[in-house]
Design a protein around this ligand. Structure first.
Ligand SMILES: *[C@@H]1O[C@H](CO)[C@@H](O)[C@H](O)[C@H]1NC(C)=O
Ligand SMILES: *[C@@H]1O[C@H](CO)[C@@H](O)[C@H](O)[C@H]1NC(C)=O
Length: 362
């Protein structure tokens, strides 16, 4: 009897499972085409930018740009018109896009770049911010995914005596996801400029000034933030400088799991604007975190509007007993709003993107 039942039920169970699997697979957007980049060939292109340029304006289907292992010495920019690019390397230690621009080159340095330098001087007056233009990699398009690749700005890594903003990556489009990527820089490494972003298992390296800054609404899931200041540097740095401007503005940086470690000393953040929002949740913090934890900076005396919070963190740096009095204590419900993936994936763009090479955490 038992055997008979089992043989009747199992095809049905298998069918149900297959259907469920099909719907799971169907949730991921297909990648329609792959363009290959290899610095020394063979491949469709030798530079990442030329591959990006080959994507048609107004693109509406996912196109993979696979970048073979190698060091790519170039600035790369994805304009607003080129949506749905999946930029994929062979691993962030082997496929790296690097450059050494910085925010305030001197007149002599600009002139030494010849005609391009002069054009840049002319353009200066129209610049929004030289900091943003220093980025090695910039994405202005919506719907972007990167995985297994590193972005680096070596300007002050080469000569640490030259303090200036030198951004490794600027993420200015909405709906961008980075899996297993690295951002190597020294000052202002990652400009999380604007939009909803997801960083999963990434490394952000920097020293002292604002490792991650901008107006973004992002979850950093299982990421490692590593400080690399030289021994003896007394000035504490800042992991974040968030810039939320109004109570109704979107934006907030959420660190969920992951590690905060390295050399030197760090504040968890400073408020670039008075509604700055940063939450650390279940992050392991080394003793490099300064006891006060946070600074008001641009918020001045209006700290009541700033949302800087920590919840369930661990490690020697997570002791909150000497934190600034205005650090927020969030209720369980408030914490859930920030750490739930819906905080950035409210309309399903992330869970309906191209299939990650490993499963998303829920
Ligand atoms: C200067 O601006 C023009 C027009 O916006 C642009 O085409 C050009 O690439 C810029 N040149 C430099 C060197 O930034
Ligand atoms: C946190 O720091 C305070 C004061 O320095 C100390 O008394 C307390 O034991 C620490 N708590 C933990 C859990 O280490």
């Amino acid at each position: 009897m038992g055997k008979l039942q089992a043989s009747c039920v199992s095809p049905l169970v298998i069918l149900v499972l297959l259907l469920r699997l099909a719907t799971l697979i169907a949730a991921w957007a297909p990648v329609t085409r792959t363009i290959t980049v290899a610095r020394q060939g063979p491949g469709d292109f030798r530079t990442v930018q030329s591959a990006v340029d080959s994507v048609p304006d107004g693109n509406s289907e996912w196109i993979r740009i696979h970048v073979a292992a190698g060091d790519y010495w170039e600035k790369v920019s994805i304009p607003r018109s080129k949506n749905y690019i999946l930029l994929e390397g062979d691993g962030f230690w082997t496929t790296q896009i690097g450059f050494n621009d910085h925010a305030h080159p001197g007149v002599q340095e600009i002139m030494s770049r010849g005609d391009a330098g002069i054009a840049e001087m002319v353009n200066r007056s129209a610049e929004v911010s030289p900091t943003f233009r220093s980025a090695t990699f910039s994405v202005f398009a919506d719907n972007f995914v990167a995985r297994h690749i590193a972005f680096k700005n070596t300007y002050n890594m080469e000569d640490r005596s030259k303090p200036d903003q030198a951004v490794a990556a600027l993420v200015a489009g909405d709906k961008a996801a980075f899996y297993d990527c690295a951002f190597f820089g020294y000052q202002d490494t990652l400009c999380d400029f604007l939009g909803r972003h997801y960083f999963r298992d990434c490394v952000v390296m920097g020293a002292v000034v604002d490792f991650i800054f901008g107006f973004g609404q992002s979850i950093y899931d299982g990421c490692v933030i590593r400080s690399i200041v030289s021994p003896g540097v007394q000035q504490p740095g800042w992991v974040t400088a968030h810039a939320r401007q109004q109570s109704w503005s979107p934006g907030g940086l959420v660190f969920k799991g992951g590690l905060l470690l390295g050399t030197g000393r760090l504040f968890l953040g400073r408020a670039w604007n008075r509604y700055a929002t940063v939450v650390f949740y279940r992050v392991w913090m080394s003793d490099m975190v300064v006891p006060e934890g946070w600074q008001a900076w641009d918020a001045g005396n209006d700290v009541e509007d700033v949302t800087f919070a920590e919840h369930s963190c661990a490690g020697p740096g997570s002791n909150r007993s000497k934190r600034v009095a205005w650090e927020k204590t969030l209720s369980e419900e408030e914490v859930q709003r920030f750490v739930d993936i819906k905080y950035i994936d409210d309309d399903g763009w992330l869970s309906n993107g191209p299939q990650p090479t490993f499963l998303l955490r829920t």
